[in-house]
Structure formats: structure tokens, C-alpha cells
Design a protein around this ligand. Structure first.
Ligand code: FE2
Length: 368
């Protein structure tokens, strides 16, 4: 690319093949920060070196605004840029720091995971139970519109675990067997989802079951069915109300997307994230036999676009590729990590203790 590209071949700076993460300067980011790559290739870390950027939030804010284009180009190259060592304390500072980015107009309407809005467009990253592993995925790629970029903020770090894992989609898709790529290309992907009626009693349900089987009132931020229907229409979802008061939606997608800036085609679906496999007891989407006895059912089905089942063995192959590409780097308090939502997948490891992790969606793209 151009001058904003980190020189990966210079051993003094960023040659991950030979020297590991050696900090260096970067012309487009100026001399107030250094950059270095994680030994696994992503993320690119950006760290302040001047007292000003280490201690003065207003200076940091100005720096972020001034370097928006440089950060943009780094995101296109690496997919993940992590800002470590800046004085960013509290949810409001995170909100303020990203205020110059456009919002994702669809918000989190109809989103699959449990989370709450806390300040403006700042949301909790997830309320998924602490002991669950969330596999790598691209955010909301089962919707017509999805966020172009994600910004995560580590407000309170868990006492152990709780990393936001990431994975380079270009490394991931390079390892998918051709026959699986071909099958998804040919048949597409159908997401069939069920949102329960939040007024129906759930005595005996575990926290896990309550989390994954969301009420439509919560997922669509309204009690009004007409508003839900309008949101479904706007989101390109087919919908119907079932006898138990729950809402079923369906949407078909190609399973791939063209990157809006690069023009390259990429794997873009949640086949491995939304499928429960018997082996994956700590997977975010696995229900215990007790949950199932209590009437719990899986609210998401991911099928081929023609309604055919996706073989569990193929889902397992995708999970095994994830193990090879996943980067599990612990958070430091006050860190921000920005991701290109096509080029970099994200997930979460189980954790202990308190954790306050926040997210903002920046900009919106159209699905295919
Ligand atoms: Fe996510």
C-alpha cells in the first residue's frame, strides 16, 4: 500500500517472522506513539511515548481525531489495532473518543447476543455467562446491515480470562476445505431464529438458557409488535408470530461479503458460532440436558440456504481451524481495540471475577 503501511520487512521495526514484537515508529501515526505487532501477527499495538499522550485525555482525543485516516488504513491492512497505555478511564471517555465515527444506523435491533445499551451507542460487549467460550465470529453478519468496524473498550479487567479473542479472516478462510467453501457459495446460508415472548414464565430456567433465548421485547427494544414487524421489514427478515407468543424470523444470505473498501470477497457467516455441538460443553450456545428438560430450545438454526442441514463434521472442521488462528491476548485496563468487522473475527474466553467490557459499532455495511 502507501506510506501508512507498517514496514514488516525491517528487522529494527516489525519483522514478526524473526524478531517478534519490536516497537517502532510509524510515519502516518507520528512520533508520539510506537507500534508493534503481536507475535501471532495481529493485533497491531499502538502505545504512547510522550507524557502528553500518556496523561492528558483531551490530547489523546485530539490525536485520535487527527489520525483517523491513518488508523483506517492500518485497519485495512491488519484488521485489528489495539491502543494500549493511553489514559482512557470510564465508559464516557470511551464514548467521547469514538464520537467522530459514524454510527451503525441499525443499532443492535434483532441482535443475537445478550447485551444492554449503557451510554449513547456504547453497549455492553456481552452478558453471556462467565464460564462460556464465545467462538470467533463477525458481528451481525446474519443481518442485512452489519457494523463496518467495532471498537472494544476494557473498563474493568477480569481477575482471570475474559480476553476478547481475535482471528484474521484471511488466515481462517485460507484453511477452509474447498468443498465447504464451494458448498456454501452454491447454497448460501439460512438463519432461522426464535425470540421468546418475555411475558411467558421461565421458572427453573438457567441463566445460560435465559441468555441465549432472548425475548423479542429485549432484542427489538420494544413491547409493541407492530414496531417489531417494522424492524423485521427494515432488516429484510421474514417473520411470523407463533402460538406461544414467540417470534420466528428467517433470512437468507450468501455466506460471503465483498469488503466495501478493498473489494475482496470474504467468508462472512456464523455457521460455527451458532451451531451447538455435543462436544462443546462450554460453548456459548450449548444447553445442558436440564435446560432442555425445562423446555429450552435452541433459538438459532443455521442451515444451507435451501433449508438443508450443515453437517456437524464440517462445523467441527471450522472450529478446529479457529483453534489454529485464534489470538488470546489478555486485556489491560483502559485499552481500546478496533476491528474491521470483515477482516477480523472476535470472540471471548471464559473468565472469573468482575469484567466490564464495552463495544461501539462504527458505520454500517450491506450484506449479500
Ligand atoms: Fe460479537
Amino acid at each position: 500500500m502507501n506510506e501508512t503501511v507498517v514496514n514488516r520487512s525491517s528487522p529494527k521495526r516489525l519483522d514478526i517472522r524473526s524478531s517478534g514484537p519490536v516497537p517502532g515508529t510509524h510515519a502516518a501515526l507520528g512520533d508520539e506513539v510506537t507500534v508493534h505487532l503481536h507475535p501471532q501477527g495481529i493485533p497491531l499495538f499502538v502505545t504512547p511515548v510522550t507524557e502528553r499522550l500518556k496523561s492528558d485525555f483531551s490530547a489523546v482525543h485530539a490525536w485520535f481525531v487527527e489520525h483517523e485516516q491513518a488508523i483506517e488504513k492500518l485497519l485495512l491492512e491488519f484488521g485489528a489495532v489495539r491502543f494500549r497505555g493511553f489514559p482512557i478511564k470510564g465508559r464516557e471517555k470511551f464514548r467521547d473518543l469514538m464520537a467522530h465515527y459514524p454510527s451503525a444506523s441499525m443499532g443492535y435491533k434483532g441482535g443475537g447476543g445478550p447485551r444492554a445499551v449503557v451510554a449513547g451507542r456504547v453497549m455492553e460487549a456481552t452478558r453471556t455467562e462467565k464460564d462460556r467460550y464465545i467462538p470467533l465470529h463477525q458481528e451481525m453478519c446474519y443481518q442485512r446491515q452489519w457494523p463496518l468496524k467495532l471498537a472494544f473498550f476494557s473498563n474493568v479487567v477480569a481477575s482471570s480470562g475474559g480476553a476478547t479473542t481475535i482471528g484474521d479472516i484471511r488466515r481462517f478462510e485460507a484453511q477452509i476445505p474447498q468443498r465447504i467453501l464451494d458448498e456454501v457459495r452454491k447454497r448460501g446460508v439460512l438463519y432461522r431464529r426464535n425470540f421468546r415472548d418475555g411475558r411467558v414464565p421461565t421458572q427453573g430456567w438457567s441463566g445460560q438458557l435465559l441468555n441465549i433465548h432472548r425475548p423479542w421485547q429485549e432484542a427489538f427494544f420494544t413491547e409493541d409488535k407492530a414496531e417489531v414487524e417494522a424492524a423485521c421489514e427494515a432488516g429484510g427478515l421474514e417473520w411470523k408470530w407463533l402460538d406461544d407468543g414467540s417470534l420466528q424470523t428467517e433470512i437468507r444470505k450468501s455466506g460471503f461479503v465483498t469488503h466495501p473498501v478493498l473489494g475482496t470477497s470474504h467468508w462472512f457467516n456464523q455457521i460455527s458460532n451458532l451451531t451447538a455441538l455435543p462436544k462443546s460443553a462450554k460453548h456459548w450456545y450449548t444447553l445442558t440436558p436440564e435446560d432442555q428438560r425445562n423446555g429450552g430450545r435452541y433459538p438459532n438454526a443455521v442451515l444451507f440456504g435451501d433449508g438443508g442441514a450443515i453437517p456437524a463434521e464440517d462445523v467441527e472442521i471450522l472450529r478446529q481451524i479457529e483453534v489454529k488462528v485464534v489470538v488470546d491476548e489478555p486485556w489491560e485496563e483502559g485499552e481500546i481495540m478496533m476491528l474491521d468487522n470483515v477482516l477480523c473475527t472476535h470472540g471471548r474466553t471464559p473468565y472469573q471475577g468482575e469484567r466490564d467490557q464495552l463495544i461501539q459499532f462504527l458505520g454500517a455495511g450491506m450484506n449479500e
